[in-house]
Design a binder for this molecule. Structure first.
Ligand code: HAM
Length: 436
């Protein structure tokens, strides 16, 4: 019979693969708790309608959807945002605001295979509902930075590129573009980094040629690198909406600066985000070298809860993916050695000694020590080899001679030194050795 493999883009997690992932999850959870976020979870299978025309064409084209046995149109979830909006929307009046929630969950997208992209990957999602002001952006961007710093990454390793779809709307509308034209232009800007000026075809193919003026206006925005640059562009235009919007920018950047996070944040209007629902500030985290695809992405989406049947509820959020994150940490040597190894390896003389040892093994495990022993009767030489290979720091030796004297031998596996320990003091001796 043919042997089976996991499907393309789906990963098996052997213990050595799972350990780094568990490390990521633990750090993310710790950061979210430090920021006062509460964890939620939800089903992996959702109704197809939840994503149709809401997440955007790109995600819609990548859905793992099918008709179930009850003739329902369903799909594995490609992202968490519509789900969390559905959940929050259903109980919005009962939830204390601001609602600060996070999740760690598997998602499914039928993507083209490439480095750092899979068809099943995990995301850490954090979202705030019920806060319309830029304070929510400050809280989330600082959480995003903390999630990456918690792994040992510094401002030389990554940055968060901050942009604003509102600013683009006001700026392009002031130049006479209508709603559809602005959307097409944002589609082009989304691809500009990869395609250069060829990206403008996304706009020109539906809206006709771009004037030189319009092109240079767009390029001017894309060249902005700081708040001062942005202020200079806005000052020239004398537009009330743009001027007012700058206050929000000052609040976000000022708040992040007060938290000591300025080095982690770049003003960069080249980020507009491919998902359809964003309505204001948007941001993405990238490695500084720019070798990898995005580490994280998010933004404000004030209309989505309502579009999915809930009340009007402003929202901001982001998600970090596990795959690029792990690649970057591996590249920087920041994945700790998290292999699980025993504290104590027990070596037994034979069947009788094994039963004697079981009593102490059970007692040591019950107080939290990691204890391992051979399942089969083996010679001492083979058992010591296993003990060393297990990575344990000490071996406890239950030989017939020792037990007759009422002791066991405690061997320091790195120094190869041994002492006799009275049976009733085994737990204390283990504790003293491991803590000293
Ligand atoms: P997204 O930009 O589609 O945003 O995904 C966020 C992150 O998930 C990406 O930066 C990337 O690290 C990871 N990711 C996405 N697709 C894949 C894939 N096929 N393979 C591996 N990793 C992937 C969202 O999903 C939004 N729902 C985020 C959000 C939350 N916005 C508001 N709240």
């Amino acid at each position: 019979m043919a042997s089976f493999k996991s499907l393309p883009g789906f990963r098996d997690f052997y213990p050595e693969d799972l350990a780094p992932r568990t490390h990521l999850f633990r750090q993310w959870r710790q950061s979210a708790h430090a920021f006062g976020f509460q964890e939620y979870d939800a089903p992996v299978l959702e109704s197809l309608d939840l994503y149709k025309a809401k997440s955007g064409d790109e995600i819609e084209g990548q859905l793992f959807n099918f008709t179930d046995k009850g003739e329902r149109e369903v799909t594995l979830r490609p992202e968490m945002t519509p789900t969390v909006c559905r959940m929050v929307g259903a109980k919005a009046n009962a939830l204390k605001r601001p609602i600060k929630w996070f999740s760690i969950a598997d998602l499914f997208r039928y993507e083209r295979m490439q480095k750092g992209r899979g068809r099943c990957f995990a995301q850490f999602n954090a979202d705030i509902f019920g806060e319309a002001g830029p304070e929510a952006e400050i809280e989330l961007i600082s959480l995003l930075i903390q999630c990456l710093r918690g792994m040992g990454l510094q401002s030389e390793d990554f940055h968060v590129r901050l942009s604003d779809r509102n600013l683009w709307f006001y700026y392009l509308e002031a130049r006479g573009l209508g709603d559809e034209q602005v959307k097409a232009m944002l589609g082009a800007i989304d691809k500009f980094e990869r395609l250069g000026e060829d990206a403008f075809e996304i706009y020109t193919k539906t809206h006709g040629a771009m004037s030189d003026d319009l092109k240079s206006a767009v390029l001017r925005m894309l060249a902005i690198k700081s708040l001062a640059d942005l202020e200079a562009v806005v000052a020239e235009l004398d537009n009330a909406q743009l001027t007012e919007r700058l206050d929000d920018w000052r609040k976000v950047l000022g708040g992040l600066d007060a938290m000591g996070l300025s080095d982690f944040v770049s003003v960069d209007l080249g980020v507009v985000r491919g998902l359809a629902y964003y309505t204001g500030f948007v941001f993405e985290a990238f490695d500084r070298k720019g070798d990898l695809r995005a580490l994280a992405g998010g933004g404000r989406y004030n209309d989505l809860v309502k579009k999915l049947g809930g009340p009007e509820l402003p929202a901001v959020g982001f998600a970090i993916g596990d795959m690029t994150m792990e690649l970057l940490l591996r590249e920087r040597g920041l994945l700790p050695d998290v292999a699980s190894r025993p504290d104590v390896y027990v070596v037994v003389g034979g069947a009788e000694e094994r039963l004697e040892a079981f009593r102490d093994i059970a007692a040591l495990r019950a107080v939290g020590y990691r204890v391992d022993y051979p399942m089969k009767d083996l010679g001492f030489g083979k058992q010591f080899k296993n003990a060393t290979e297990s990575g344990a720091r000490i071996a406890l030796i239950y030989g017939g001679d020792e037990l007759a004297k009422g002791v066991v031998k405690l061997r320091d596996l790195s120094q190869r030194e041994e002492v006799d320990v009275p049976r009733e003091q085994v737990a204390e001796a283990v504790r003293d050795f491991l803590s000293g």
